[in-house]
Design a protein around this ligand. Structure first.
Ligand SMILES: NC(=O)C1=CN([C@@H]2O[C@H](COP(=O)(O)OP(=O)(O)OC[C@H]3O[C@@H](n4cnc5c(N)ncnc54)[C@H](O)[C@@H]3O)[C@@H](O)[C@H]2O)C=CC1
Ligand SMILES: O=C(O)[C@H]1O[C@H](OP(=O)(O)OP(=O)(O)OC[C@H]2O[C@@H](n3ccc(=O)[nH]c3=O)[C@H](O)[C@@H]2O)[C@H](O)[C@@H](O)[C@@H]1O
Length: 437
């Protein structure tokens, strides 16, 4: 089937590449000329494990092409995916300007029946809105379908190719059949395509993200309480995660959730509730707790250094909002960097993938090192922001020599408390006893 994907960020790129992989003819459209040029030259503009090989194979075999021209991109397409940004607008609700601009542009250039798919995360009612914008200038029939995306960055290809479920919101039989056909190769036995109306599909996406953000936040609050009562949040995670009603995943306490989606989607759902005159109390609490959680290690640093951080050199391990990505949107590291700089610290940071993106945002106010150990040289303390696997089993012999003080502030609970005691470290983590050397 010929399909077009408008917008080639994380979602568009993965959607386009994976549907090419299942044998479709895919054209990716983006207004960013540099990005399109890069992709034409075989360069994948994001870091996403497994994507580059898939991308280049499909490109080289002629199933994946790129253009900045919308009309050329949608030519002969049976399905058009909108994978456009929906950032928070001024009041926190999702800004639909990118989606509606493309909807306006599409109307006059459609020349045959087509299914237009909202792949972006959009508030309830957007499918109808997109439909009305296209209809203003359209001369052919079309259907607008809501097909939210549930992939996670870092495992995006795996999530897309083997989805737990595919949600499709449509009231059109014709669109339903076409979407079913497109997704058939991706849906494993038992992992269903779930059909519903457009509004329910739009709401499903927000419900999923808000629920997961709440689950993490609940554990972060349990962690905060654990610190006060002298319990260990990792034991509690194991203790409750084995209950299949609760489930093992997304129970890891840490320095708050970040990324391009949880923060904006929780906020947008709260705004939607307000618009419909409903006070969604849990969501406000989730946002408040997460805000505090992100910088909760800073007071511990102050405690350790006797109140004043001025002139202290802090080594930061991890800048990305989570491992296996170079994405730094809403990363807890950025909030900590800001506070550390305000307190007069010198920062030496290492991240295997995300340093260039941080440099692009904050420049050279911190030092970016080539490896994790270089960041530790002459550092007064180590802070851990992202659980990249290489940080889990470091060479403590090397660290002992490089760090000025044997002290670690760990926002991701990477090390066992007993091991830190044995190694003679002062070790602050989340929701667990502080180990004092
Ligand atoms: N990043 C993620 O992991 C996930 C994101 N989503 C949702 O998917 C949507 C897209 O997110 P990302 O891929 O992260 O966005 P992104 O911001 O990384 O990329 C969006 C792309 O759209 C392009 N664009 C903007 N206006 C355009 C236009 N008029 N014509 C063509 N291209 C245009 C931009 O140049 C950019 O390349 C958002 O609604 C997001 O909430 C959903 C699931 C996962
Ligand atoms: O709508 C989206 O964009 C996507 O948002 C999240 O995916 P993503 O933001 O890529 O990353 P997650 O793995 O969900 O992690 C989000 C944040 O939560 C944090 N987290 C996650 C899990 C956990 O147990 N504890 C925890 O603090 C991570 O460190 C990270 O900062 C969802 O998991 C995806 O299903 C969804 O498609």
């Amino acid at each position: 089937m010929k399909i077009a994907v408008i917008g080639t960020g994380y979602v568009g790129l993965v959607t386009g590449t994976c549907f090419a992989e299942t044998g479709n003819q895919v054209t990716c459209v983006d207004i960013d000329e540099k990005k399109i040029e890069k992709m034409r030259n075989g360069i994948v503009p994001i870091y996403e494990p497994g994507l580059e090989d898939l991308f280049n194979r499909n490109k080289n075999e002629g199933r994946l092409s790129f253009t900045t021209n919308l009309q050329e991109g949608i030519k002969d397409a049976k399905i058009i995916f909108l994978a456009l940004p929906t950032p928070p607008g001024e009041n926190g609700s999702a800004d639909l300007k990118y989606i509606l601009k493309v909807a306006d542009d599409l109307g006059p250039i459609l020349d045959q029946y087509v299914v237009i798919v909202d792949k972006s995360t959009v508030p309830v009612g957007t499918a109808e809105l997109v439909s009305s914008h296209i209809a203003k200038n359209a001369t052919v029939e079309f259907d607008v379908v809501s097909n939210p995306e549930f992939l996670r960055e870092g495992v995006a290809v795996e999530d897309f190719m083997k989805p737990d479920r595919v949600v499709i919101g449509t009231s059109s039989e014709k669109a339903k059949n076409m979407m079913n056909k497109l997704y058939a190769p991706l849906v494993r036995q038992g992992n269903p395509v779930i059909f519903m109306d457009e509004r329910s599909a739009e709401m499903t996406k927000y419900a999923a993200n808000a629920f997961l953000a709440t689950k993490i936040t609940f554990m972060n609050e349990i962690a905060n309480l654990c610190e006060k009562v002298g319990a260990n949040v990792d034991d509690i995670r194991r203790g409750i995660g084995t209950d299949s009603r609760i489930g093992k995943r997304f129970l890891f306490a840490g320095i708050g959730y970040g990324g391009s989606c949880f923060p904006k989607d929780v906020q947008a759902l709260e705004k939607t509730s307000k618009e419909f005159d409903y006070e969604f109390k849990i969501l406000q609490a989730v946002m408040d707790v997460n805000e505090d959680q992100k910088t909760k290690l800073i007071p511990r640093l102050k405690e350790y250094f006797g109140g004043d951080l001025k002139g202290k050199t802090i080594a930061l391990w991890g800048l990305a909002f989570k491992p296996y990505t170079d994405d730094i949107r809403e990363a807890p590291s950025l909030y900590n960097i800001k506070e550390l700089l305000e307190a007069g610290c010198i920062i030496k940071a290492y991240d295997p993938e995300a340093a260039a993106n941080v440099k692009g945002v904050i420049g050279d106010v911190i030092t970016y090192t080539k490896g994790p150990y270089e960041a530790l040289k002459e550092a007064d303390a180590l802070m851990i922001m992202t659980e990249w696997p290489q940080f889990r089993t470091p060479e403590f012999d090397v660290m002992n020599v490089l760090l000025k003080n044997k002290v670690i502030f760990d926002g991701r609970n990477l090390y066992e408390l007993d091991a830190m005691k044995e190694l003679g470290y002062t070790y602050y983590s989340i929701g667990r006893e502080t180990v004092k050397a």
